[in-house]
Design a protein around this ligand. Structure first.
Ligand code: 5AD
Ligand code: SF4
Length: 481
């Protein structure tokens, strides 16, 4: 599951540039935290999936507790952290580029520590220290509680390394410091790790075994966020449908459908989203629960990866084309107004042109409102790297990707055109990037809608907007009273 952008690009050529422009996660923090003249300061950037952004908020909380204060200015920081992604080779290359920049900051301010957190830290472990001489700290996703100790070790001139993966850690008791927040939407991590072993994916190796967080701590966090003025929470996990937590007192098991319902009941004005669903695990119970509660958004991110059953088998996705189509039919049958999006990989090992055509046709079948689309990038240590040759030439992978993007763009535009003349309830997130005269917000289906600012309304308010113009990526409209 990944967070790519507010308004995801479907132009893969722009993708890396966008990461550089948009994903430099300079921390945002509330003014009252900023009287920091004499205190040590940390600066943190996050790359990759929503889970990484959420983890950085846990890291910020741990560091604040131990006397560090956040800064948006790398030059003045004593500790530069980068929370990294290993999912594709490009993601790691971006991180290495950023490390070159940190090197300069470190030379200008001797004593500054540089730490690599997250998936790349876990994947490369101490190898990272050999490859990147400037790195002082290497901390895996389950070791953030150890950061204060590791920082002390590094301050004394040794390297601070902890890449142990845990079977229990969920950081349930830590209140995340909301970074880069718009004050309206927040992530809540509900589980960690992944047990699925998709053959292309490095995540099970970098984030370890799947474990679910205490349901009551999730509800308490949602309540807190609502009381602070937040109006939307996204429940995060690599595979939310396999969420399972046993109440130690009653021995009752809370599954994902129950958790959704409990979160929906926090307040009818709190919107609930979630990501990522796995096609093999999403149940009708979850779909019915979504349908029952107005404040559970009618949007499911349901990565298909490929539309061909043989490739899905090689990918170890444990469902086939027919199973996936049945799940899509079930969603539309129970919730005709639900939007579905996907992740798609082109040019996986041995994929033929005919098999690629089946990916194009499943986009048409499922009518995705949008997709995150990638060409296959072999990751060391994964099942696919061990078992299957990466035999599709790069030009072919890229050509197939651009065909996927073309079909998706057409389907997105068709879907958006159907919205012209409809009125949607929109949660205002802020002013639009392009103009202060426009608000931006999303409808339940997760489509971004831009509309002229209305006096008396502010971010966090709900407003009805009638759509009058669309592109493949955005809707435009006018608020109606
Ligand atoms: N190559 C290309 N894309 C990948 N993804 C995961 N691993 C790879 C890889 N090796 C994509 C999948 C996944 C999303 C988060 O990233 O589509 O759902
Ligand atoms: Fe990777 Fe598959 Fe787990 Fe998603 S479900 S994190 S693609 S192994």
């Amino acid at each position: 599951m990944e967070l790519y952008d507010d308004n995801p690009t479907i132009d893969f050529l722009k993708q890396d540039k966008k990461i550089d422009e948009d994903k430099q996660g300079n921390v945002f923090f509330k003014e009252e935290l900023v009287d920091t003249s004499n205190q040590k300061k940390f600066y943190i950037e996050s790359y990759g999936c929503a889970m990484n952004f959420s983890d950085s908020e846990i890291v910020a909380s741990i560091l604040l507790e131990s006397g560090f204060h956040p800064t948006k200015n790398m030059e003045e920081s004593d500790l530069i952290l980068i929370n990294t992604c290993s999912i594709r080779e490009k993601a790691e290359a971006t991180v290495r580029k950023r490390l070159r920049i940190f090197d300069k900051a470190k030379r200008n301010k001797p004593g500054t520590l540089v730490g690599v957190l997250g998936c790349m830290a876990e994947r490369l472990k101490t190898k990272l220290l050999e490859q990147e001489k400037l790195v002082d700290l290497v901390v895996g996703p389950d070791a953030y509680r150890d950061l204060p100790k590791l920082i002390s070790t590094a301050e004394e001139g040794d390297k601070g390394v902890n890449v142990f993966l845990s079977r229990e850690e969920t950081y349930a008791d830590i209140s995340p410091i909301r970074l880069q927040s718009n004050g309206v939407s927040a992530f809540i991590s509900i589980m960690r790790g992944c047990d699925n072993m998709c053959s292309f994916c490095v995540v099970p190796f970098t984030r370890g075994r799947e474990r679910s967080r205490d349901a009551f701590s999730i509800i308490a966090e949602a309540n807190d966020l609502f009381n602070q003025g937040f109006r939307e929470v996204t429940l995060l996990g690599q595979n939310v449908d396999s969420y399972k937590w046993e109440n130690p007192e009653t021995k009752e098991t809370v599954n994902f459908a129950h958790l959704l319902e409990m979160t929906a009941k926090v307040n009818p004005l709190l919107r609930i989203r979630f990501s990522t669903s796995h096609p093999k695990d999403i149940t009708d119970e979850v779909i019915h629960t979504m349908n029952k509660h107005h404040n559970i958004c009618k949007y499911i991110h349901l990565p298909v990866q490929s539309g061909n059953s043989r490739i899905l088998k090689l990918m170890n996705r444990t469902y086939d084309r027919e199973w996936y189509m049945e799940r899509v039919n079930s969603i539309y049958k129970i919730m005709p107004d639900c939007a579905i999006s996907a992740d798609i990989i082109t040019g996986f090992c041995s994929e033929t042109e005919e098999e690629h055509q089946e990916t194009l046709s499943i986009i048409e079948f499922a009518k995705y409102t949008m997709s995150y689309m990638f060409f296959y990038s072999e990751r060391p240590g994964t099942l696919a790297a061990k078992k299957y040759p990466d035999d599709i030439p790069l030009e072919v992978k890229k050509r197939r990707l651009s065909e996927v993007i073309d079909v998706q763009t057409r389907i997105s535009l068709e879907s958006n055109k159907k919205d012209i003349g409809k009125t949607f309830e929109v949660l205002i997130e802020g002013v639009s990037k392009r103009s202060d005269l426009d608000f931006k917000g999303r409808n339940s289906q997760n489509k971004m809608i831009i509309f002229p600012v209305v006096e008396g309304y502010q971010p966090g308010d709900y407003i009805n907007v009638k759509v009058n113009e669309v592109s493949s990526a955005t809707l435009k409209g006018i608020a109606i009273a």
